[in-house]
Design a protein around this ligand. Structure first.
Ligand code: PAF
Length: 282
């Protein structure tokens, strides 16, 4: 397993693999890897001959008041995890390698991004689409792996790949949780002990929603009101959104009468956490 810093090095390695007829999977990450990322690397290792893990905190997807500077980084720890899970290369470029001086081309989308995280993070998906397009162009993988925790991101990337005729299979992988239910996230490291306990309201709310849907509730307001009530009872929690949207359009719906996504974003102290469930998985 090696860490490469330049686009040329990744391209050279992938070319070599291609010449040997090997398939290539890509796991795009922003590093500070946890078991959620490990499950994506495992899936890629299972499906492909070789796996590239990109490890790049992408400045373009952070708003001016967001946590770009404090986002956790630890490449040595990441390298150990990638090796353990069968990854072959970590691509860990400097921002200047990805965005040279004068960089001025962007990939953006005006559907799917107007709701949920797109509302509170207006520049986020343009940054995600741009960097993921660049990674796809650099690595040219057969398959790329994304977590279902970032459900809107997964939908946006699937749509981009379809719109722009990118010949890459997009694989969505299940949310990985801590033993007590909290969805794994690099941002969980921001939480102090009290906040860590308070953060459980997210997975508890998701469980509540799943049970309501299982028991036949289809009225979105009834479900989201129950989730909001549960979250609001935790003094350290501040709701950004609790919504049920059409899985295909990411537009809010009133009745669950089609495949839908129940998604929540909640601040615990200063840390913004997300969680969700897909009604088709219930
Ligand atoms: O999900 C993430 O970690 C990032 O949004 C991604 C896909 C690696 C792009 O920077």
């Amino acid at each position: 397993m090696k860490i490469v810093k330049t686009i040329d090095e990744v391209r050279r390695q992938v070319k070599e693999w291609r010449a040997q007829g090997l398939s290539v999977g890509l796991v795009p990450t922003m590093g500070y890897l946890h078991e959620g990322h490990a499950s994506l690397i495992d899936a890629s290792h299972r499906d492909n001959d070789r796996t590239v893990v990109s490890d790049f905190v992408n400045p373009m997807q952070f708003g001016p008041t967001e946590d770009l500077e404090s986002y956790p980084r630890d490449i040595e720890r990441d390298a150990a995890l990638v090796e353990e899970h069968g990854g072959d290369i970590i691509f860990n470029p400097e921002p200047s390698e990805m965005y040279h001086e004068g960089f001025s081309s962007f990939v953006d989308m005006n559907v799917l991004t107007q709701e949920l995280c797109g509302l509170s993070r207006p520049v986020h998906f343009r940054g995600v689409c741009t960097v993921v397009s660049k990674l796809f162009n650099i690595v040219q993988p057969d398959r790329a792996y994304f977590g279902k925790k970032d459900a809107q991101q997964l939908a946006v990337i699937r749509h981009m790949v379809d719109d722009l005729n990118m010949d890459i299979e997009i694989i969505g992988c299940p949310i990985v949780r801590e033993e007590d239910g909290l969805a794994k996230s690099s941002r969980n490291t921001y939480l102090d002990a009290e906040e860590r306990k308070a953060a459980l309201v997210l997975s508890q709310a998701i469980d509540l929603g799943i049970n309501m849907v299982r028991n036949g509730e289809t009225d979105c307001t009834v479900i989201t009101d129950a989730l909001k009530k549960h979250i609001s009872a935790e003094p350290r929690a501040r709701i950004d959104y609790v919504k049920i949207v059409d899985l295909a359009t990411m537009q809010q719906i009133t009745t669950i009468d089609r495949p839908a996504l129940c998604a929540i974003a909640v601040y615990i102290g200063k840390t913004r956490l997300i969680d969700n469930f897909f009604t088709e998985d219930v």
